[in-house]
Design a protein around this ligand. Structure first.
Ligand SMILES: [Fe+2]
Ligand SMILES: [Fe+2]
Length: 347
């Protein structure tokens, strides 16, 4: 069916996500430097809270990139920019106020990139929207951070110029702006509280939902080019997901989920992989054959997913602690990321 499993639009979005991750790391290192040189306790505390958010958000961003499924490097221009910005922030040419301005600009750029990726996802495919959904929470927080930084800039700027404090009530105004924003963000911000502690069931379910979305996209399109694009994504997502489960989840559940049940999961995945390769080799002109094989694959995957989400998930709940489930999620995510990178380098 496919001449290549890659699609240029999807590759371009992967590059943008890699840029966002590089900038997120820059934002973190800049905040650490700003905290180290901050003349004001109140501003320092606020920067510390921001740093905590940003470190959590780097983890969310890593999850999004693995969900997205296409690994990529940041652009060389972004790498160069990061280097220069780090030097500038470490140097003593700029005043604290000037450094804070640069930081606010970084946040602004990060918000815009997040929005751009969202708009691009809407154009390219519903499966991408599903994969990058958590980016929303990062964007709302970055918007709130921008408002806080504006307040800090006024405070620090007035002090640098006059040696005196700015009008009282400034912080209240900043808090108002943040509150207004959280009102808009609503449940997204609330969801944020436990985003760091994603458990293995949630992570696996996210993958299943994404695969389900791609099946729906395949069913809905008549465009041969789109069909190839969606199948390329499906192929990569299913293989990486299955492989990561076999490396990190199935060996752990075997003792309490039972030998037979676990073996069944392995066997179903072997069948699924066989079908994927079969579909990959179908002549692109045979659209009917392609669709009927996809339908068969969908049934096999559907049965498999139902078994995992019902009995396997319940067995995990009954036999693993919260920490163990989170640990499994961390291992699953790392294994999947490694598999994706190996798959990308083999081409
Ligand atoms: Fe599975
Ligand atoms: Fe699964």
């Amino acid at each position: 069916m496919v001449t290549t499993l890659d699609d240029t639009k999807r590759q371009a979005i992967a590059g943008k996500l890699a840029d966002i991750k590089a900038i997120q790391s820059l934002i973190i290192s800049t905040e650490q430097k700003l905290i180290g040189s901050c003349p004001d306790q109140d501003v320092r505390d606020r920067l510390q809270n921001m740093l905590n958010d940003d470190q959590k958000n780097l983890g969310v961003l890593e999850t999004v990139i693995v969900q997205y499924g296409t690994p990529a490097e940041p652009h060389s221009t972004v790498k160069k920019f990061v280097e220069q910005a780090q030097q500038m922030m470490a140097g003593d040419e700029l005043s604290f106020y000037q450094k804070l301005i640069q930081h606010e600009l970084l946040k602004h750029g990060q918000v815009m990139s997040g929005i751009v990726v969202h708009k691009a996802a809407q154009v390219v495919g519903a499966d991408i929207e599903v994969a990058i959904a958590p980016l929303n929470t990062i964007n709302f927080e970055n918007r709130a951070h921008q408002e806080q930084l504006k307040g800090m800039l006024e405070l620090v700027g007035v002090r640098e110029l006059t040696g005196k404090d700015a009008d009282q009530g400034l912080w209240a105004r900043v808090q108002d702006a943040v509150a207004a924003l959280s009102g808009v963000a609503g449940s997204v911000v609330t969801q944020n509280t436990d985003k760091q502690d994603i458990n293995i069931q949630t992570l696996i379910r996210l993958d299943h939902n994404k695969v389900n979305t791609i099946f729906t996209e395949i069913g809905a399109t008549k465009d041969a080019q789109k069909l190839q694009e969606y199948f390329g994504q499906l192929y990569k997502d299913l293989l990486a997901h299955a492989q990561a489960e076999e490396e990190t989840v199935y060996p752990k559940v075997r003792s309490f989920y039972g030998n037979d049940n676990t073996q069944e999961l392995y066997d179903e995945q072997a069948e699924m992989k066989r079908m994927l390769d079969e579909i990959k080799s179908i002549n692109p002109a045979s659209a009917d054959e392609f669709r009927s094989k996809i339908k068969q694959l969908m049934d096999v995957v559907g049965d498999h997913v139902r078994q995992e989400e019902s009995t396997m998930f319940a067995a995990i709940d009954n036999n693993c602690s919260t920490e163990q489930k989170e640990q499994m999620a961390t291992e699953f995510k790392a294994a999947k990321s490694k598999i994706q990178q190996e798959m990308a380098s083999k081409k």
